[in-house]
Design a protein around this ligand. Sequence first.
Ligand code: SF4
Length: 264
Amino acid sequence: MAYQISATKLQTYHRCPQAYYFRYELGLKAPGFFGNAALGTALHQTLAKAYRDWDYLKPIPPDTWFNSCWQQYSGNLSPSQVEEGLEILTNYYQQFIAGETPIARPLAVEGKIQGRLVVNELEFKISGRYDRIDYLEDGLELIDYKSSKEVKLLPEEEIDLQIGLYYIALEQKYHSCLQQLSLLYLRTGEKVVLEASSSCQQKVEAVVGEIAWKLRNDELWEAHTGEQCEICSYKRYCAAVEDNPEPLPCNTRASEQIQLALNI
Ligand code: SF4
């Protein structure tokens, strides 16, 4: 059975292998950060429908098309969220749709990414999600909608791991290279373009190789202390930062089960 990896898993490992161990090997749940998630979800669903169901034989959709899609997903929001969402979509339309002639049909809209990677004779299953994949002249563009109030970028190394993982999976599925990951900040209207290259793929293989080594050899998942400890959900269990760490909950998943699942 293949071991599942995702961009979030690789980024967590890069930040701190011990936090990775707590989260993914022992199965300790991290508290969620939901915030204004309902509005963000409704915006994602609206844009997915607007791109997926538009009749591309016609020229660009009118703004009423986006409004009618919004009606279908905004029913559970508060009146102020409905108003805010509509304003965000109006800005989106002006910035990304109104000037197109015509609007291009995406390769895919809101779906799962899957792929396979074999490192050190262990099979890893790549999994992830995308908001939209567009064609570029010389490859593919992965679009990720962001609903945060300001542009917040992960450290470059973590972004490279995300790009590298998608690079591998998209090449396997579409036999085409990922050229860029574009982050569309819906509230601010900003578009951040991050170039993709095969060097990102090599970074993924290096990190997955480290994980494979640890799984095979039952190695220590070392603690990387730093700024990340301030917001780490597992701080109270971590001997690297706490003099008297709390004992782990007794219902943690035994890592031996994962070793068995890998047949190693
Ligand atoms: S507190 Fe710091 S060192 Fe400990 S698991 Fe979390 S990130 Fe790692």
